[in-house]
Design a protein around this ligand. Structure first.
Ligand SMILES: [Zn+2]
Length: 297
């Protein structure tokens, strides 16, 4: 059996049928429930748990994800993923075995997180060996295009397409959920996390994309407005107990080509005319996040 398929067969007990909620078992190179709802494992190494394939790509197309993947591969968010890996490594529970990354998009950050967790972010050789042996990573997104890009190449991450409001994951089976710049569904997080499991949620920091916000305001003849994530933090507090918040901030110089890629992928520009932005006046970009580590209430 190919490793890209075997990794799911090994984890079958972690998945449940998104249609009827029954446990899934292996059936050839598929996962199947007792009611015979069947989910094929693609040879590439992903599974779709969505009932219709193409309805969920919305605003995004192949070039959006290719762009994003190219830009993130140069390490634009590396300081943030490092902080997430650090949070994972210092969780009080050293016996964590499962991690689910929700809204993983093209998977660049999930792969980077896996490599940091398993290779470099641990303090001692002993802990590092334990992490390599034990942490199984699952990653999902609603976009089939994104998961198709994410599952390229060989890696051990279990990639799947699913609706965040109906995760095909059994109750209390995850030790850690990571959510990097992606929407949350706290009821589902509570259900799939085991008691005392950790949510690590990454949200934009106060200075995130400061230079671009200023340029957008200028192009509209307005004063730049400050950005606040207070309402996002309050939203988290309604569902979770926040253990700690870390800020990760870096100001990077982007080439003109990278700026073009960035403008094509940032939600800030989705409803704006890109030609209104003076590309020549853009140089540095601040990428800032707050990494919120929380337990569910
Ligand atoms: Zn079923």
């Amino acid at each position: 059996m190919k490793a890209s398929i075997q990794k799911f067969l090994d984890s079958a007990q972690t998945f449940q049928c998104p249609i009827c909620g029954n446990a899934l078992h292996t059936a050839g190179s598929s996962l199947q429930c007792p009611d015979r709802h069947t989910f094929d494992i693609a040879a590439k190494g992903n599974i779709s748990f969505l009932r219709s394939q193409h309805a969920h790509d919305g605003l995004y197309n192949q070039s959006f994800f290719e762009n994003r993947s190219a830009l993130l591969s140069v390490g634009l968010y590396d300081h943030i993923v490092r902080e997430v890996a650090h949070d994972v490594s210092r969780l009080p529970d050293s016996h964590a075995t499962t991690l689910l990354d929700v809204g993983c998009g093209d998977g660049t950050l999930t792969k980077r997180l896996q490599s940091l967790i398993t290779q470099s972010s641990f303090d001692s050789q002993h802990q590092r060996e334990q992490a390599v042996r034990e942490l199984t990573i699952f990653a999902c997104d609603i976009s089939s295009l994104a998961i198709s890009i994410a599952s390229r190449g060989s890696n051990t991450i279990r990639w799947f397409m699913a609706d965040l409001a109906n995760l095909p994951i059994t109750d209390s089976s995850m030790d850690i959920i990571t959510d990097i710049f992606s929407p949350a569904n706290y009821e589902e997080f509570r259900r799939v996390l085991r008691p005392q499991g950790s949510l690590i949620k990454v949200i934009p920091g106060k200075h995130h994309l400061m230079e671009l916000r200023q340029e957008i305001a200028k192009s509209h003849g307005e004063q730049p407005k400050g950005y606040s994530n207070d309402d996002v933090v309050q939203g988290i507090e309604q569902h979770c107990t926040i253990e700690h918040i870390t800020t990760a901030s870096a100001t990077l110089q982007l080439s003109k080509a990278q700026w073009e890629q960035f403008l094509a992928m940032t939600p800030l520009m989705f409803h704006l005319d890109k030609t209104s932005i003076d590309l020549d006046s853009l140089r540095n970009l601040t990428i800032e996040a707050e990494i919120v580590q929380a337990t569910m209430q």
